[in-house]
Write a protein that binds this ligand. Structure first.
Ligand SMILES: Cc1ncc(COP(=O)(O)O)c(C=O)c1O
Length: 367
């Protein structure tokens, strides 16, 4: 099928760019001597997860037990839920998965550990856990150092649980205002984790996994000796936010939305058929060069200024070249991850050819 035969709006994944992104991150992790466990929340596509594994990823990361179920059903065998599971019903789903594949899960409280331990004993399985550490994002996680040691000791005393490691996510790098700050956050993400692991080791608790990472901090955090694993996710696609953070160029951005100009109400305005139901409405953090809601590839001077559900409004200044009604344009979204989650399927494209249409099997898997 030709790209021009695809109805718009549609979500395209550029195959050469995707493969290049997958390979580069795998090479980066290999060179740093850490194992790569990509977060698949970005694409929610088992096919891409398999390509990541073929390029050298040792396992994958997901956010939810329902995503883990989709990935396990596709044949992936080492899955980390980098999130807390605290209710018995979900812990039982985790236990069912743990009978078939190598599962691990996050924990950041005694209550959470108790819940997992109870289900592990009832179900007769061992559950591998990693303590989530708050390295500055201030979302989940216990503070580094003594609070981690205290929870680690508690978990060690519980039946059915194996303490495999510690993990953190340097997502606060998305609010960095300079590249130096971004890399400083990455370095401190790694250092804080290695120091904490060292403190536990000095008390006789040796960890197999010291897991860090986000796309903007992957390189700096993995450069810290003692880090064993890195979990970037967005890098498969990149997006305007990552370009703003200086970790990618427009040419690296593999996920693109194709849309049609449906109205030219005045010389300075073009309206396209992709709105927030396709593009999401996430515009990204501080450093972001994201002007508006995304980058218009063919008309970089245009500003995707407004989204309503079904419409995107691009504004132009007097001197700009502008598109005509019926023209197709390409948008690199502000944040690629919600876009994949909103799409029923994506088109895998190479040049002007569509090589495959893949259902986004993990979309909407939020529980
Ligand atoms: C716990 C965790 N690990 C890793 C990642 C991947 O980070 P990024 O999307 O910056 O690649 C995320 C992203 O939200 C996350 O929440």
């Amino acid at each position: 099928m030709k790209l021009l035969d695809v109805e718009t709006p549609a979500v395209l994944v550029d195959l050469p760019r995707l493969q290049r992104n997958i390979q580069r991150m795998a090479d980066m992790a290999r060179a740093a001597g850490v194992s790569l466990r990509p977060h698949t929340k970005t694409h929610k596509l088992p096919g891409i997860a398999h390509w990541q594994a073929e390029a050298g990823a040792g396992g994958i990361t997901v956010a939810k037990v329902s995503e883990a179920e989709v990935m396990a059903a596709s044949g992936l065998t080492d899955i980390f839920i980098a999130n807390e599971i605290v209710v018995p019903s979900k812990a039982r789903r985790l236990a069912a998965l743990a009978r078939r594949v190598r599962m691990s899960v996050g924990v950041d409280s005694r209550e959470g550990a108790d819940a997992l331990s109870r289900v592990a004993v009832e179900e007769g399985v061992e559950l591998r856990v990693l303590i989530e550490v708050n390295s500055g994002l201030n979302r989940c996680g216990v503070l580094p150092g003594a609070p981690v040691l205290e929870l680690a000791r508690y978990i060690k005393g519980l039946p059915g649980l194996v303490l495999e490691g510690i993990f953190t996510h340097g997502g606060h790098a998305y609010s960095a205002t300079t590249f130096e700050q971004r890399d400083g956050i990455g370095l401190s993400e790694g250092q804080v984790m290695v120091e904490t692991a060292g403190m536990l080791a000095s008390q006789g608790i040796h960890l197999e996994r010291v897991s860090v990472g986000s796309t903007p901090t992957a390189r700096a955090a993995s450069s810290v000796s003692g880090v064993t694993e890195v979990r970037p996710g967005n890098y498969v696609f990149y997006d305007a936010m990552q370009v703003g953070l200086g970790v990618a160029t427009w040419d690296d951005c593999a996920l693109r939305v194709t849309a049609t100009v449906i109205s030219r109400p005045d010389p300075y305005r073009a309206v396209v058929d992709a709105g927030s139901k396709v593009l999401g409405s996430d515009r990204g953090g501080n450093l972001s060069a994201v002007r508006g809601y995304g980058h218009v590839v063919e008309y970089p001077q245009g500003l995707l200024a407004r989204l309503s559900e079904e419409h995107g409004v691009i504004t132009f200044d007097q001197s700009s070249e502008t598109p005509h009604i019926g023209d197709r344009i390409t948008i690199i979204p502000g944040h690629a991850c919600p876009v994949a989650n909103l799409a029923n399927h994506v088109y895998l494209v190479d040049g002007d050819r569509v090589e495959a249409t893949w259902p986004v099997l993990g979309r909407g898997r939020v529980e």
